[in-house]
Design a protein around this ligand. Structure first.
Ligand code: GTP
Ligand code: MG
Length: 386
């Protein structure tokens, strides 16, 4: 595939003249199965970064330069990615700072994930051995760690650890799909929104840990307060609408009606003379059938299972998940009533459903039944289950 490493620059003359030779002479020769190219996206840096790049172009044939007006990092990436796809016919693009914050030696690892059919590979400083610069001041460290944690918590995709970072590899399809939706965003919001939209649209995402290094050359600038306010506004508002439109609400309504189906069946069969445990079990299976059908055609309609063979495969799995819910409820009831007496049974039923069954079954539906969530470390199991 044709890979374009995009390096946005604003006053990075000193860094770019060191980084490009590292890429060309140390990194690219190690990559045999892809054609490697560089695109510098400079915004008329007053220090003459672009002239430095023009000199390097004479030395290395695989470098392009896109010069434009300074409208921020997000705008520079949108311009550069459009250029990379249209002019350079890129299949894969990298986002990477020009100031050595992102370790260029990690590039092959990103490409290995791309080779394994991932659409977007995110560099992470917060998991698997990744780290933030040791020499950062305490306030910058706290800001970085907590900022990310807040975004991660509000957006509730805990398996992605680094939301604000800008070390990423993506297939052109990801950019083409999200371009219109992300062009308006600036600063951290650009990176967060880009990743968030890609997750929402079901692109396959993997992470590569890296140790971030503080810049040695050039000026460091701390994020303006406006960027932080914009970021928080984005995560809260987008999450609100996501919840309103997400399958969750429909899943909850379906589940509640399923419970009513269960209760009515129990009552009807009991009055016809059946034992309550039998009547309840029949009711439970009715509820399971109801839940499967309605979730399939309503809550998870975007991921509907329609092929008869697939239904035969998934329905038993769905029953197994429901059996898990049963085990959870009886465990919570057993433990709860053991410590607080049988009078507490209704409370523990609510606790069991609210705190355990809902998160459990909703996750299982999303991960294994309808496969709306792609989680890299469960990838193998997700595939096996069909
Ligand atoms: N083209 C372009 N590049 C930019 C712009 N702002 C920042 N960059 C580049 O984007 C990358 C990341 O910006 P940095 O200034 O390093 O931001 P940071 O990493 O948060 O902060 P420091 O490294 O401490 O300065 C660098 O390669 C910058 O040169 C911009 O408006 N236009
Ligand atoms: Mg930097």
């Amino acid at each position: 595939m044709k890979v374009v490493v995009i390096l946005p620059t604003y006053n990075e003359k000193g860094n770019i003249e060191r980084l490009i030779p590292v890429l060309e002479e140390e990194i690219f020769p190690k990559i045999k199965n892809h054609a490697m190219h560089i695109l510098v996206a400079d915004d008329n840096s007053p220090d003459g970064t672009a002239d430095e790049v023009r000199k390097l172009i004479k030395k290395y044939a695989n470098i392009h330069l896109s010069v434009g007006e300074k409208k921020g990092l997000g705008a520079a990436y949108v311009r550069a990615m459009t250029y990379a796809i249209e002019q350079m016919k890129a299949d894969v693009m990298f986002e990477m700072d020009a100031d050595f914050f992102h370790d260029p030696h990690k590039i092959p690892e990103f490409l290995q994930k791309i080779d394994k059919e991932y659409d977007l590979v995110v560099g992470t400083r917060y998991s698997g051995g990744g780290s933030i610069p040791k020499n950062w001041g305490l306030h910058r460290k706290l800001f970085s760690v907590f900022g990310n944690l807040i975004v991660r918590t509000i957006l509730t995709r805990f398996w992605i650890h680094d939301w604000t970072g800008g070390f990423r590899a993506l297939k052109k399809e990801v950019f083409l799909k999200e371009k219109e939706k992300i062009s308006q965003f600036k600063g951290y919001t650009f990176q967060v929104a880009f990743l968030h939209k890609a997750v929402q649209d079901g692109f396959k995402i993997a992470e590569v840990p890296f140790a971030a290094k503080d810049r040695m050359l050039g000026r460091s600038k701390i994020a303006p307060v406006e960027y932080i306010i914009n970021l928080l506004t984005y995560v809260f508002i987008s999450r609100f609408w996501e919840l309103v439109y997400s399958p969750f609400l429909k899943y909850a309504i379906t589940g509640f009606i399923g419970y009513v189906v269960n209760a009515i069946t129990l009552e009807v069969l009991f009055r016809k003379g059946f034992h309550p445990s039998f009547a309840g079990a029949v009711g439970a299976e009715f509820a399971i059938v109801w839940n499967f059908i309605v979730n399939n055609f309503w809550a998870f309609s975007g991921y509907k299972i329609t092929k008869p063979f697939k239904v035969l495969l998934k329905f038993p799995q769905f029953n197994l998940v429901s059996l898990g819910s049963l085990v959870i409820i009886s465990t919570v009831l057993a433990v709860g009533t053991h410590f607080f007496g049988v009078e507490s049974r209704q409370i523990f039923l609510v606790v069991g459903i609210g705190f355990f069954v809902i998160p459990y079954s909703y996750s299982m539906y999303n991960i294994f039944i309808w496969k709306r969530w792609h989680i890299s470390f469960l990838e193998g199991l997700q595939k096996k289950l069909g």
